[in-house]
Design a protein around this ligand. Structure first.
Ligand code: VTB
Length: 319
C-alpha cells in the first residue's frame, strides 16, 4: 500500500464530515447521510488507486453511489488495487439529533483483504493493545472482564464497557453489571468506541454486544492498525441472511472472526469526527471556514495520527 494513501484518506473523511456536519441536529438523517456520501464519493475520485467498494451504502440497486462493487479512485496504470470499506456517516441518528459520537469512516485493504460482511448483525468484543489475546467471544462477559482487568493490572470495577442500548443487550448488561464493571450505553455508533478502547485515556476499555457487521469490519481494520484486539461472529436473523452470506462466500455460520481475519494485509483506516465524541471532536464551523479532527492509521507501521485541520472555504469550496 502506497505510503501516501493514508494521508489521502483523511481528505476523504474530512470532506464527508464537512458536508454532513451542516446537518447536525436538524432531524434529517437521510439528508445528512446523502451529503456525506456524495462528498466522500467525489473526493475518492482524486485518489490514485483502483478501488472496489466491498462495504458501502448497500447493493447497486439500493444505493446511488458507494454501492458494493462500485469502482472508485483515479485508477491510473500501476495504481494499487484495493478493497474499500466505507461508512460515510457512522451514526446517522446521532448526527440528526445532534448527539455525541458521529464519525465518517473509510478503510483500505489489499484486494480481497476485507471480510465481505453482509448487511446483518455481528456479535463483537473489542479491547486495546494491553489486553490483546485476552478476549474470547465463547467465554462469558464476566470471564472476559476478569481477563482484561488482569491484563490491564486493574480491577473489573475500574473497567468501562460500551454497549449499544438495545433490548437484545439486556442479558449482557446485567452480566456486566453483576461482574462490577461500569457501562456506557450508547444509542448508536459502535465503531468509534471500539477504536476508543485502543486509545489511552479515552475512558473506554471494551466494546461488547451485537451491532452491524459492516461496522464490525471497519472497527476491525482500525483495531488492527492500533494493535487492539477484536472478535466478531455473524448473527443470522433468518434463512435469507444465511443464503445471502453464502453468496458472499461465507459458509461457517458460527465462525469467530479475529480482526486479522476481518481485515487482512496492509490496512489503512481514517475517520473524522462529525459530532463530539470519546474519540474525536466534531466539526467546528467559524467565519469562512471550519476545523476538523481526524484519526488516520496504517497497520504496516502502526503509526496513528490525530489531525486537526483548518479549512478555508474561500480557497477550498465545500459543496
Ligand atoms: C448498529 C451499529 C451502528 O447502527 O448497526 C446500529 O453497529 C443498528 O442497530 O454503529 P439496530 O438495528 O439495533 O438499530 C449503528 O449504531 C449506526 O449505524
Amino acid at each position: 500500500m502506497e505510503r501516501n494513501l493514508a494521508m489521502d484518506l483523511v481528505r476523504v473523511t474530512e470532506a464527508a464530515a464537512l458536508a454532513c456536519g451542516r446537518w447536525v441536529g436538524k432531524g434529517h438523517k437521510d439528508a445528512a447521510d446523502e451529503a456525506a456520501t456524495e462528498a466522500m464519493r467525489r473526493t475518492l475520485d482524486s485518489i490514485e488507486f483502483c478501488g472496489t467498494v466491498v462495504i458501502g451504502e448497500g447493493e447497486m440497486d439500493e444505493a446511488p453511489m458507494l454501492y458494493i462493487g462500485e469502482k472508485v479512485g483515479s485508477g491510473c496504470a500501476g495504481a494499487p488495487e484495493v478493497d474499500i470499506a466505507v461508512d460515510p456517516l457512522e451514526g446517522t441518528n446521532i448526527c440528526a439529533k445532534g448527539k455525541t459520537g458521529a464519525i465518517t469512516t473509510i478503510a483500505l485493504a489489499p484486494r480481497g483483504g476485507f471480510l465481505h460482511a453482509p448487511d446483518m448483525y455481528m456479535e463483537k468484543i473489542a479491547v486495546g493493545p494491553e489486553a490483546h489475546g485476552c478476549i474470547d467471544l465463547n467465554a462469558s462477559p464476566e470471564e472476559n472482564l476478569k481477563r482484561v482487568a488482569q491484563a490491564k493490572s486493574c480491577y473489573v470495577e475500574d473497567l468501562t464497557v460500551v454497549i449499544l442500548d438495545r433490548p437484545r443487550h439486556e442479558k449482557i448488561v446485567n452480566e456486566v453489571r453483576k461482574a462490577g464493571a461500569r457501562i456506557h450505553l450508547i444509542s448508536d455508533g459502535d465503531v468509534a468506541p471500539a477504536i476508543a478502547a485502543t486509545v489511552l485515556g479515552s475512558g473506554v476499555d471494551m466494546l461488547m454486544g451485537i451491532g452491524g457487521a459492516p461496522e464490525g469490519v471497519l472497527a476491525a481494520a482500525a483495531l488492527k492498525c492500533m494493535g487492539g484486539d477484536m472478535q466478531g461472529r455473524l448473527v443470522f436473523m433468518n434463512r435469507e441472511e444465511k443464503a445471502r452470506a453464502r453468496t458472499m462466500g461465507i459458509d461457517d455460520f458460527d465462525k469467530v472472526y479475529t480482526a486479522e481475519e476481518m481485515a487482512q494485509g496492509d490496512v489503512v483506516f481514517a475517520a473524522t469526527g462529525v459530532t463530539n465524541g470519546e474519540l474525536l471532536h466534531g466539526v467546528r464551523y467559524m467565519s469562512g471556514g471550519a476545523e476538523t479532527h481526524s484519526i488516520v492509521m496504517r497497520s504496516k507501521s502502526r503509526t496513528v495520527r490525530f489531525i486537526r485541520a483548518q479549512h478555508q472555504f474561500d480557497y477550498k469550496p465545500i459543496y
